[in-house]
Design a protein around this ligand. Structure first.
Ligand code: ATP
Ligand code: MG
Ligand code: MG
Length: 550
């Protein structure tokens, strides 16, 4: 089979297939279950699963569950959920690094036997200090030359829980003056006496990322281990472990992380926002988590499309948040049902419309797709319209309601504004008009020009709904840029959520949780799962107007 590369990773893979280094392709997505997935993880998911798909291989979902102090089952379940929601199939089996702890332990003993690993009693602080710098070699540990027998014995005692946390570690014996600091006798195991969510208290030694990751890949026969750029400097160690052990040797390839403007993408920071109540949980619609984006109304297709649009490169950059919104709009324009909601209502009274009459007018559900059909919307003498669709003394070029001007009520009739009433503060409460009974459906036989079209809701037959209008969670393009002594939370936007009580057409009673809508002229919204039958809540996804420019 011949393949065509669409990015540098695929070029490397194709070459590996041609050279015979591998005769199949297998990838993996390896989250640590210490938080919820965010849009950055979506990039890794799309890259890994799409490459497996393209080359006819598989992609494992593997939990890198090597640190029990930060991990739990809820995170595991949420991650499984999110990968499925993004539309990717990882087969029947979910993989866990913790399933390989026995095998890793045996391989560590093998390294000790080869004289390539030793138990070291230096404290974490001493280890750090003796590591040296880029310009200065490190200092060898006084425990470096223990005999194989002593090391095997001490390592077994470590495993059996005979030492305290921090008392000793297992280190690879490589080269304390190696130009790459990661090669200066890196730690392979440390003692952690916290029960693990899967292996319970079977282990009290846990492998470090550098020791564990290559083994996990090797055991699963992954051919291409794709990770982010910060692991580039670790590849030499990844290769060293696998070479020393003589086991199946995957190729590690690094790509640039996703960074987004106005957003932090680090589980640690997102956890900080959740734990300190800056947001209402991991799935708050302002969060860049997959669950947050879903609740905000972003579709899986728009997220995947966004990731494919930004592509795969090896240089770090910051992507404009507006591009993600642009992708959402493109998708929602095709898929979202239309509905009418008035978010800042004033009354419109049609003076020449019969008092008790109610009629049902046809409204198109989606002008982009006929298969969505039509619905009937009720209409009467009293309507709600948006406050800003009327003006007492508008500037030139205002085509909506002002006294004497004719506008189209969408799907309904032409009306001419005849007057208005204000309250004691001068605020408009009611606008009056007359309608042309011969303009039903919003057009007239004489084809006279009506420039403005506005939306409306029947004031005798409507729903009260809550709109949650979101803005960016952070005020700064780069939220990490802070004044001295302050952290990234000082850049939080105090107005990132505004609640509005709005009037909506009755058809929204049938909305399903997470269902997407375009509220005419207001934007895209999605039904929040916290809604009840008597209290519908809609989250604003994005404005209708696109602010993305290339
Ligand atoms: P965080 O910094 O948010 O904690 P992480 O890299 O520690 O992220 P992991 O659970 O280890 O989180 O990530 C699983 C996979 O997702 C890794 O392969 C990692 O490289 C990738 N990944 C994480 N964040 C991003 C990002 N912003 N862009 C692209 N890939 C990412
Ligand atoms: Mg990680
Ligand atoms: Mg992390």
């Amino acid at each position: 089979k011949s393949f065509e590369a669409s990015n540098f990773i695929e070029e490397i893979i194709i070459k590996d297939l041609q050279d015979g280094r591998f005769n199949y392709v297998q990838t993996r997505f390896p989250p640590e279950p210490n938080g919820y997935l965010h849009i950055g993880h979506a990039k890794a998911i799309v890259i890994n699963f799409e490459i497996a798909k393209k080359f006819g291989g598989k992609c494992n979902l593997r939990f890198d569950d090597t640190n029990p102090t930060k991990e739990n089952i809820d995170y595991i379940n949420a991650i499984i959920d999110d990968v499925k929601w993004l539309g990717y199939d990882f087969g029947d089996k979910v993989y866990y690094a913790s399933d390989y702890f026995d095998e890793m332990y045996e391989l560590a003993k093998k390294l000790i036997e080869k004289g390539k690993a030793y138990v070291c009693n230096q404290s974490p602080e001493e280890i750090r200090q003796s590591r040296g710098t880029l310009t200065q070699p490190g200092i060898e540990s006084p425990y470096r030359n223990r005999s194989v027998k002593e090391n095997l014995d001490l390592f077994e005692k470590m495993k059996n829980g005979e030492f305290k946390e921090g008392e000793c570690v297992l280190r690879a014996k490589i080269d304390m003056s190696h130009p790459n600091l990661n090669m200066r006798d890196p730690v392979m195991y440390r003692i952690i006496k916290t029960p693990h969510h899967r292996t319970k208290d079977k282990w009290c030694i846990y492998p470090t990322y550098d020791w564990a990751h290559g083994l996990e890949d090797s055991i699963e026969k992954v051919t291409h281990s794709l990770c982010t750029l910060e692991f580039e400097d670790h590849r030499i160690l990844y290769d060293w472990f696998l070479d020393e052990l003589g086991v199946f040797h995957p190729r590690q390839i690094e790509f640039a992380r996703l960074n987004l403007t106005y957003t932090v993408l680090s589980k640690r920071k997102l956890l900080h926002l959740v734990e300190n109540g800056y947001v209402n949980g991991w799935d708050d619609p302002r969060m860049p988590t997959i669950k947050g984006l879903k609740r905000r109304g972003f579709t899986r297709d728009s997220i995947v499309d966004f990731i494919k649009t930004i592509g795969v490169t090896k240089s770090n950059s910051i992507v404009d948040y507006a591009l993600l919104e642009h992708c959402a709009r493109q998708d929602l324009n095709k898929k979202a049902k239309r509905a009418m909601v008035v978010q800042d209502p004033i009354k419109l009274i049609i003076e020449n419309y019969p008092d008790d009459k109610v009629e049902y007018l046809e409204a198109v559900n989606n002008p982009e797709d006929e298969s969505y059909g039509k619905r009937l919307v009720s209409f009467s003498k009293e309507l709600f319209i948006e406050r800003n669709d009327f003006a007492i003394d508008p500037p030139k070029g205002f085509y909506r309601l002002k006294v004497g001007q004719e506008v189209r009520l969408v799907f309904a009739y032409y009306v001419v504004c005849t007057g208005y009433e204000t309250d004691e503060n001068g605020n408009v409460v009611t606008v009056r008009c007359t309608y042309d009974p011969n303009s039903k459906g919003g057009w007239s036989l004489d084809a006279r020009k009506v420039k403005g079209t506005i939306h409306w809701v029947n004031a005798k037959d409507y729903l009260d709904v809550e709109l949650r209008i979101y803005d960016k969670l952070f005020l700064k393009e780069n939220p990490e840029e802070t004044e001295e002594e302050k952290d990234f939370t000082s850049n939080l936007n105090p107005n990132s959520l505004v609640i509005k009580l709005a009037k909506a057409e009755k058809s929204l009673l049938e909305a399903k949780d997470f269902e997407n809508f375009q509220f005419l002229r207001l934007g895209y919204f999605c039904k929040d799962p916290d809604s009840t039958k008597n209290h519908l809540i809609f989250n604003k996804t994005v404005d209708l107007k696109d602010s993305y420019s290339k």
